[in-house]
Ligand binder design. Sequence first.
Ligand SMILES: NC(=O)C1=CN([C@@H]2O[C@H](COP(=O)(O)OP(=O)(O)OC[C@H]3O[C@@H](n4cnc5c(N)ncnc54)[C@H](O)[C@@H]3O)[C@@H](O)[C@H]2O)C=CC1
Ligand SMILES: O=C(O)C(=O)COP(=O)(O)O
Length: 539
Amino acid sequence: MENGYRDRILVTEKLSDEGVAILQKDFIVDSKYGLSPEELLNEIPQYDALIVRSATKVNRELILAGKKLRVVGRAGVGVDNIDLQAATERGILVVNAPTGNCIAAAEHTIAHICALSRFLTSADAGLKRGIWDRNAYIGTSLEGKWLGVVGLGRIGREVSRRAKGLGMKVLAFDPYTSEETAKSLGVNLEPLETVFSNSDFITLHVPLIETTRNMVNRELLSKVKPGARLLNIARGGLIDEEALLEYLNNGRLAGAGIDCFVTEPPSKIPDSPSERLSKHPKVLATPHLGASTVEAQLDVAIEIAEAVMSALCGELVPTLVNAPAVSSDALVYLKPRALLAERLGRLAYSLAGGTFSGDITIHFYSNDGDDGESRLIRTGVIKGLMEPGSDHVINVVNADMVGKVHGLQITEIKRRCVGEENCITLQMKGSPPIKGRVIGNRPHVTCIGEFEVDLVLEGLVLAYYQVDMPGQIGKVGNILGQANVNISFMTLGRHLPSRMALVLLGLDSIPDTKTLEKIRADVGLEKRPVLLDLDGNPG
Ligand SMILES: NC(=O)C1=CN([C@@H]2O[C@H](COP(=O)(O)OP(=O)(O)OC[C@H]3O[C@@H](n4cnc5c(N)ncnc54)[C@H](O)[C@@H]3O)[C@@H](O)[C@H]2O)C=CC1
Ligand SMILES: O=C(O)C(=O)COP(=O)(O)O
């Protein structure tokens, strides 16, 4: 938000009022539900952020049309309806709300398991038609039965806990979950085929991504235990729907509980596999209701409102989807260092005369193996070096990609020296190394080449090298005074062997070129002083 401009947010699907209210404090929020793809394409150019749920397709075309778009918020977990690659290429932050609706989705799964095991929906529908048939609906007990969980993430774990409470035994497939996690839940980790061949109920809780699309296909279904029931409360596209119809029809599966379909709503494509599944007598079908509880909608609305607000304000958001996640705790420590990296990059760019070389080395203190940390520091440097001279917005999402396109070769040297925890040194080939330190959460430069200085990297700074002799500073003070430019602070680093000094002067306003030229001439500088706008807008 600058010069009275307020960012505009478009909300295309129902978001609880509490979330909208949070956003309305600082932004203009328009809720426009049920827009057609064409209407959305027309609307999007005026918005800085877009908030969606699962029904809005945020495809490449929409992302390219969103000329001002900086943030896409997903009020829920799954982001398969968002073209993450296209968003990343444009530096658009995609944030989600990964925790708010997990309990609701787990409870919906348990509701499906209970309803399927006792034919609740069919029995209810029959009775409403006047049929009192107690023999047609002999159910199956859950006590002692095996539940197979595919995907032991947030929802899979909550489902496992609840199933154990019902007396079920749980086995799971998740190649990325540790034995310890599974053990702590009392769950056996098994290969996918074993899960399918041993379970009485199988439930999917994986994201829809390249490796999970159609993971439940004919081949896997051929392993299923006769009479098993399959649940998909996760995403349409995980199951080959034609194959599922076949296994329901041939009697190998006793039933299925489906909340998510390839085509939503299924009736959008008459006679599609989705529609046939939704109408199949052995299928308990719900219209993507996993997240639909009052509590979950309140929680995701608040979660996404806070994430979008932070993202629009340039904050680092822990629920960023198109960059590695960094925990909120780590961010507290990393944010000032990322800012220091950016300011050092900007300083290096300005001191090099508004350019950068492709060969950069960054030295910084690091806890081994912390990729999030490296990435944030690297992003800061790339942003500082490249944003002032381009119209690119550079952030953690696209920094590596933009750097690569412009030929940046970055070497990271990580150290663990005591006392250096808050320091970063930036070495650009052909320029002196610049060292900085975070002091009291503010970025300071402490050394430029051989010159020791101490300057908070904020605001306007005039930098120049002069011969270290009496009377020089006074001359500059006079010239700036005559030009009505106030000096807010100064720091001077001396190099005794060469009798040179590096002077950094904080200024309250920008001197004109004539003033800078007069300083150069009167102080006998080799080059005109460099004006650094450390908080300034790029360009
Ligand atoms: N029906 C609904 O309304 C809702 C549906 N969902 C869906 O549920 C999905 C899961 O949500 P969370 O549990 O919160 O996500 P999560 O990210 O906490 O868990 C996903 C788990 O899947 C595992 N996984 C990834 N690839 C796998 C593979 N090939 N095989 C087995 N496991 C694999 C991951 O290791 C992770 O543990 C979401 O992506 C979303 O699509 C989420 C909320 C509501
Ligand atoms: O959070 C998810 O992944 C969901 O599937 C919930 O979808 P919804 O927000 O209800 O359209």
